[in-house]
Design a protein around this ligand. Structure first.
Ligand code: CA
Length: 231
C-alpha cells in the first residue's frame, strides 16, 4: 500500500512519513501542491494525505483538479485551519475526510486505514487470495496449503500488487513507481531480481500460480483454473 503525503513543512512531512511507514505503508512526500498533484495524478497511490496551505497550488485546488481528472484516490485533508467553512470547502472540493492539526497520530493512522478500506479491491482486509495462494498482510507470509514463506518488504509489495491486479498485465514502469517510488533510481533490473526471488518462493511453495513475463511489457499472474484434486 502506497501513501502520498503532500506537506510543505519538512519536519511534519518527515513525521507523517515515519508514521505511515510504521503502520506498514510505503510513503512518498511532495513538498508543494503542484508536484503533489503531478504525483497524485499517476493513480499509483492508495491514499493521499494533503495539506491545505501549500506553495504553488493549494490543497483545495489540487484535490479539485485531481477529481476533475477522474482520479478517485481517497484524500485525507490535513490542516491547521479549523473553521467550519474550510472543512466544508475541503469536503466540497472532493476530499474524503478532514483532520485538523495538531492531530493524534493514532487518529491519523485510523483515518488512513478507514480510507483504504473504502477501496473495493482492498476491502477484504487481512488476507489476499489467488488460486492456491494466500497472502497474509500482517505477517507478510505467502502460503500455499501447508507450506508458507515470509516475504521481504519489496517482495510483499510486488506480490500484493500482482494479486490485486490478477487479471491484468502490470508494466515494469508501474511496478517501479508503485514499489520503489518516483525518487528512487531503481531500474528494470531491480524488478527482474525481485520477480526471480518471488518465482523461487512460488516454486518452494509448490504453488500452481506462476508469474508470467510478457516480453517488453511487464508481468501478470497465471492462475490455473480450479480442477478436481488429483487422486
Ligand atoms: Ca502548509
Amino acid at each position: 500500500m502506497r501513501v502520498l503525503i503532500v506537506e510543505d513543512e519538512k519536519r511534519l512531512a518527515a513525521t507523517l512519513r515515519d508514521l505511515m511507514e510504521l503502520s506498514g505503508y510505503t510513503a512518498d512526500v511532495s513538498n508543494d501542491g503542484e508536484s503533489g498533484l503531478d504525483n497524485a495524478l499517476s493513480s499509483i497511490y492508495d491514499v493521499i494525505i494533503m495539506d491545505v496551505m501549500l506553495p504553488r497550488l493549494s490543497g483545495f485546488d489540487a484535490v479539485r483538479r485531481l477529481r476533475a481528472a477522474g482520479v478517485s484516490t481517497p484524500v485525507l485533508m490535513l490542516t491547521a485551519r479549523s473553521e467550519v467553512s474550510d472543512k466544508v470547502e475541503g469536503l466540497d472540493c472532493g476530499a474524503d475526510y478532514y483532520l485538523t492539526k495538531p492531530f493524534e497520530p493514532r487518529e491519523l493512522t485510523a483515518c488512513v486505514r478507514a480510507l483504504c478500506r473504502r477501496q473495493p479491491e482492498l476491502r477484504s482486509t487481512d488476507c489476499l487470495h489467488c488460486g492456491d495462494l494466500q497472502l497474509d498482510k500482517a505477517s507478510f507470509t505467502l502460503s500455499c496449503g501447508e507450506r508458507s514463506v515470509r516475504l521481504s518488504r519489496k517482495e510483499y509489495d510486488l506480490m500484493e500488487l500482482l494479486m490485486l491486479n490478477q487479471h491484468q498485465i502490470i508494466t515494469k514502469e508501474m511496478l517501479l513507481v508503485k514499489i520503489w517510488g518516483y525518487e528512487s533510481d531503481a531500474e528494470d533490473n531491480n524488478v527482474e531480481v525481485y520477480i526471480s526471488f518471488l518465482r523461487k518462493k512460488l516454486d518452494h511453495l509448490r504453488s500452481r500460480v506462476k508469474i508470467k513475463t510478457i516480453r517488453m511489457v511487464g508481468y501478470c499472474l497465471e492462475v490455473p483454473e480450479d480442477r478436481p484434486a488429483e487422486k
